[in-house]
Design a protein around this ligand. Sequence first.
Ligand code: ADP
Ligand code: RBF
Ligand code: MG
Length: 159
Amino acid sequence: MVPTTESRSTEREDIAGPEIVTSPYPIFIEGEVVKGFGRGGKQLGIPTANLPETVVENTLSDISIRPSQHIPIGIYYGWAKVEKEVYPMVLSLGWNPYFHNEKRSGEVHIIHDFKDNFYGKKLKVVVLAYIRPEKDYTSIELLINDIKTDITVAQNSLL
Ligand code: ADP
Ligand code: RBF
Ligand code: MG
């Protein structure tokens, strides 16, 4: 599927998803935090904890558990647990078209200020709803803008 390319900032709703958790959610995903290209924090100012490739592929093709309910590529919200603490999160599952990645990635931005990295730690997430499809952008500012809106959407939609 070819992603839509955004060339300007579009007005978006600041809430998403139904009031109750609806099938196929909740979806549980877990894995050790792995290294990516290091762009999230440095280039976007929004670090993302990357999940192992096999975990991403299994999640995306989890058809044995949910026939007919393929989990689409896109942006989601839910909760994440690292080292016994639970935080709100936004999840990106996809190709990162803006960066022309060749593999799909699963990346969790936890809505919390961490003092240290947590590479190698176990990350557990529960995905509760879909926010939007993944997009391409004509500038990095537009991508950052959309991610910031996703964070607001998660904060307004969770609880
Ligand atoms: P990479 O490409 O290696 O994933 P990032 O720039 O996306 O690099 O940074 C991700 C790392 O930053 C995570 O693996 C984690 O250890 C750390 N980190 C710090 N704060 C956060 C946060 N709020 N959400 C997710 N990861 C964070
Ligand atoms: N990358 C894209 O190319 N298009 C997107 O629409 C997009 N949306 C994202 C939404 C969220 C909430 C997050 C955390 C990331 C998103 N990304 C998107 C991925 C971003 O490109 C990636 O995190 C960086 O490349 C760092 O790995
Ligand atoms: Mg990352």
